[in-house]
Structure formats: C-alpha cells, structure tokens
Design a protein around this ligand. Structure first.
Ligand code: SAM
Ligand code: DTB
Ligand code: SF4
Length: 333
C-alpha cells in the first residue's frame, strides 16, 4: 500500500496526467485493485431539496438566479417529501443520499432547522447522509454532525487561477475555508470539480494538486463533466472528451489512493463502454437515479443492467464502520 502524500508538485501530477493513455489507466487500475472490494461501487442518490434562485453566479449552474434557464424554482422541500425520496433511493440500491440546496451559504434560520430534521430522518433509515448547502461556519458544520450527517460536499470546481473566470461572487479561499470547517466537525469531506469549463490541462492538474495537498485527502472526490445548460454562460461548451474524463479519474486515483473517486455528472452522455473505462481507471462511486440535481441522469434500471454486464456490486452503507455521530439515538420508552 502506497503512503499518502500531501506534498505533490504540479510537475509530478502533470507527468502522471500526460502518461500514455493505457499506461495511465494500467497504473491507476493497479492501485485500485489493491483494495479488496475493487468491484464494489458506491451508489449515491441526489435530491434537490431547494431548487434555483441562487444568489451566486457560477457560470456552469442552471440554478443561479441571474441566468434565464428553463428551471422551475422550488422552495425548501417538506420533511415527508425527503423521506419518500430516500425510501425510493434505498429501494433502488443507494447507500448514500445527498441533499443539495441552491444556497450561497447556510443561514441560521428555520430552513436550516428543517434540514437538520431531514438529516436525522435519513440517518435513521441507515443510509449515509450527505449535504451540499453552500458555505458553512464551524458551528453549522457541528450542528449537521450532531444530527448524524456523514459527509459534506463542497467542490473546488477548477484551479485557483481559473476560479475568477467561472465564479465572481465568492473566492477560492471561501471554498477552502468551508472545507476546513467541515473537517473541524469531524465530518467526511466530498470535494472535487468539473471538467469542460474551458480550463486548460494545467488548471486540471492544479485542481488535483489543491485537493491532494489538503491536510487530509477528501474521502470522496467527484469528477463531474460539465452538463451544458441553455441560458448559462457555458451553454455552448463542447462535450468533454471521454479521454480527458478517464485521465482525470486515473490521476485522482493515483495521487489520492485511499479516496473514493466518483464518476459524477455527465454519465447520461456516456456509453456503457466509456463508463467501463472510468471504472477501470479507478472510479468506484456514481450518482444514480434519473435526475442529478436538475439535469437528467441514467435510470436506476439501466445502471443495474450495466452493473450486471460489468460484474460490479453495490457497496453497502457504512462499510468502513459507522462514525459515532451517526449512531441512532436510543428511544427511551
Ligand atoms: N449551492 C451549493 C454549492 O454550490 O456548493 C450546492 C449545490 S451545487 C449545484 C453542487 C455542485 O454541482 C457544484 O459545486 C458543481 O461542482 C456541480 N454542478 C453544478 N452545475 C453543474 C453542471 N451544469 N455540470 C456539472 N456539474 C455541475
Ligand atoms: C457533485 O460533485 N456533483 C453533483 C453533487 N456533487 C451535488 C451535482 C451535479 C449537478 C449537475 C447539474 C444539475 O443536475 O443541476
Ligand atoms: Fe448556487 Fe451552488 Fe449553483 Fe453556484 S453551484 S449557483 S452556489 S447552486
């Protein structure tokens, strides 16, 4: 087992990213196959608990209020709606439920109280609960942890140098600061990015370097291919070549060997063979269910056909042990 490093240079990561394609896949696959459950894939299901009307200007995002997209804005869901969605996701084979809100940051109000109730309810269903709610303070992260949250998703999206081109309403440091707050609350971190934003290969390498040189690697690293949405500034971006997606997954797998790399947005446009290459290169997690947050994703049934074809198995919840904060409260009668 390779020792974890937090001192990667850009040159080292670039050299990995630029390897001949099959050498890169072989190296990543070799590292991936050192894990005993290498044929297991973790399934997360996404629910958009609050959709659209967001104050930020992320140029890829259909949920930013300032872009004219075809999205229907929806207020924060009721607890019962979330529980029904969680039941459906669990029946479909998901071990993790990720709740996303189109918020710039969490505010200490009744909406947050309701999210806390959602976290408790889903954790009680023995699913790993993840949230992605925008920026968080340390106290808010702690409140989520106390409610039984398992992971917090907060992507850095691209390189620090490229960030201002993509988002002007917050800084890279804002993003890193929330990740720090999540760590202080002892939650697991899910952080990755998007390719296909018009970034250079050097930006991709710099993004991986930032993630790999955090004091602790994110437990989960989502690699998203941009889903271009009409009305957003990036609507005309060309589709990400599959070669680049595989290179990103393989590079992340090699430099963060203990992390779970998630083949995230963009699967709807990929063939089974293309996805098979992503799994070969070390992806071991996906978002399943026919919708991501607002855009289409393959149906559960189609994914199960793919799993059967490739001999993949779904990973159960809490495979690495149940953290103390997610142990259900005893009901005293
Ligand atoms: N508002 C919160 C935030 O920004 O952290 C949570 C929701 S936000 C939609 C979650 C992540 O989805 C973003 O960080 C981005 O990486 C990803 N995302 C959003 N729109 C996307 C798109 N069109 N294609 C691919 N990924 C996208
Ligand atoms: C992540 O990295 N990708 C997911 C999840 N984390 C929250 C979101 C993808 C969103 C794709 C665009 C949409 O459906 O709105
Ligand atoms: Fe808002 Fe998140 Fe979309 Fe940015 S990515 S506009 S913060 S919902």
């Amino acid at each position: 087992m390779q020792a974890l490093r937090h001192d990667w240079t850009k040159e080292e990561i670039q050299a990995i990213y630029d390897k001949p394609f099959l050498d890169l896949v072989y190296e990543a696959a070799t590292i991936h196959r050192e894990q005993k459950d290498y044929n297991e894939v973790q399934i997360s299901s996404l629910i958009s608990i609050k959709t659209g009307g967001c104050a930020e200007d992320c140029s890829y995002c259909p949920q930013a209020a300032r872009y004219q997209t075809d999205l229907e804005v929806q207020p924060l869901m009721q607890l019962g709606q979330v529980v029904s969605a969680a039941v459906k996701a669990k029946e479909g084979g998901a071990s993790r439920l990720c709740m996303g809100a189109a918020w710039r940051e969490v505010r200490d109000n009744r909406d947050f109280d309701r999210v806390i109730e959602m976290v408790k309810a889903v954790n009680d269903m023995d699913m790993e609960v993840c949230c992605t709610l925008g920026m968080l303070t340390e106290t808010q992260a702690q409140r989520l942890a106390d409610a039984g949250l398992y992971a917090y998703n907060h992507n850095i999206d691209t390189s620090e140098e490229d960030y201002k081109r993509i988002i002007s309403t917050r800084t890279y440091d804002d993003r890193l600061n929330t990740i720090k707050n999540v760590r202080k609350a002892k939650l697991t971190v899910c952080s990755g990015g998007i390719i296909g934003l018009g970034e250079t290969p050097a930006d991709r390498v710099a993004m991986i370097q930032t993630l790999a040189n955090l004091p602790q690697h994110p437990e989960s690293v989502p690699v998203n291919a941009l889903v271009p949405v009409k009305g957003t500034p990036l609507e005309d971006q060309p589709r990400v070549p599959i070669w680049d997606m595989v290179r990103m997954i393989a590079t992340a797998r090699i430099v963060m060997p203990n992390s779970v790399v998630r083949l995230s947005a963009g699967r709807n446009e990929m063939s089974t063979l293309e996805q098979a290459f992503c799994f070969m290169a070390g992806a071991s997690s996906i978002f399943a269910g026919d919708k991501l947050l607002t855009t289409p994703n393959p149906a559960f049934a189609d994914d199960m056909v793919m799993f059967e074809l490739l001999g993949l198995k779904t990973r159960e919840a809490f495979k690495n042990g149940r953290p103390k904060n997610t142990i259900k409260e005893e009901v005293v009668v």
